[in-house]
Design a protein around this ligand. Structure first.
Ligand code: NDP
Length: 256
């Protein structure tokens, strides 16, 4: 247990939805990282996040608008002072926006805005935090979350392979193409950062009942699986139902 306490994770877009649930589950985990940095573009609007940081030690709230380089740079300074010379082990690029827009309703503005938040921002957040990830990576060996990782929360809607049959009915030019771009970005980062020992991967969290996911689905078990399997350092970059069966329910009992 003590060997993992110094490890750190940062999640973007933690004010609500999957980001908030990720930091909550990490904070509650019996094998939790010592430092959990929950970032939000306006932390004052998320009472859940405020409560979380009061309840669990080691949960730090940092202001971060992923669309603003100035905000990213300020957040870097703050995170640097939190993690010190241990660096940052895991960056989870979760913040995103989504619009349903078909061929009739899609606009250049919606395309550009969605690309900015969902594709461009994860690149520049990763690039800005790279020195902290490299610092963490230099202190360990192997490849995995125990060393350093960039986890991009993508979506199966960004998969070109998944555009036939029923899934073709989900019309969102901006969202789907931005997630396809994020997947390629992840692969490019993996090629560039592999020699530094930094794992880069995309994850599809499943269909989750959030403001973005809508009211119809809830697959929180999938989310928990991701959260905990990532933390265990699994390197699977694709969704695998049989793995889910093997690792769920979690061996770790809830403490609250
Ligand atoms: P939500 O809409 O519920 O939450 C989005 C989060 O992103 C909010 O915290 C929001 O902050 C934040 N955000 C948006 N823009 C910015 C920005 N410029 N700077 C900082 N934070 C920002 O979405 P989900 O929780 O459902 O989605 C989380 C991730 O999971 C996304 O990457 C999404 O694409 C992916 N995903 C979700 C699925 C689902 O079914 N829900 C399925 C597949 C993938 P604020 O409160 O300030 O607006």
């Amino acid at each position: 247990m003590s060997s993992v306490l110094w490890k750190s994770v940062l999640v973007t877009g933690s004010s609500r939805g999957i980001g908030l649930q990720l930091v909550t589950e990490l904070a509650r985990s019996c094998n939790r990282p010592g430092i959990i940095i929950a970032t939000a573009r306006d932390p004052t609007t998320s009472t859940d996040l405020q409560e979380l940081s009061k309840t669990y030690p080691g949960v730090h709230i940092v202001k971060l608008d992923v669309d603003s380089q100035q905000s990213i740079s300020s957040a870097l300074e703050e995170v640097q002072s939190i993690v010190g010379n241990k660096g940052l082990n895991c960056l989870i690029n979760n913040a995103a926006i989504g619009f349903s827009m078909d061929l009739n309703t899609v606009t250049p503005e919606a395309m550009m805005k969605t690309f900015q938040t969902n594709s461009v921002s994860p690149l520049f957040v990763s690039k800005t935090f790279l020195p902290l990830l490299q610092t963490a990576a230099a202190q360990s060996s192997g490849m995995g979350i125990h060393r350093a990782a960039v986890i991009n929360i993508s979506s199966i809607l960004g998969s070109v392979e998944w555009t036939w049959g029923e899934s073709a009915n989900f019309k969102s030019y901006a969202y789907r193409t931005s997630k396809a771009a994020l997947n390629m970005l992840t692969r490019c980062l993996a090629v560039d950062l592999g020699s530094d020992g930094i794992l880069c991967m995309s994850l599809h969290p499943g269909w989750v009942k959030t403001d973005m996911g809508g009211p119809h689905e809830k697959l929180s078990g999938v989310l928990l699986w991701i959260c905990c399997s990532v933390w265990r350092g699994q390197r699977n970059s694709s969704w695998n139902r049989s793995e889910e069966t093997k690792t769920w329910p979690l061996p770790c009992p809830r403490t609250s």
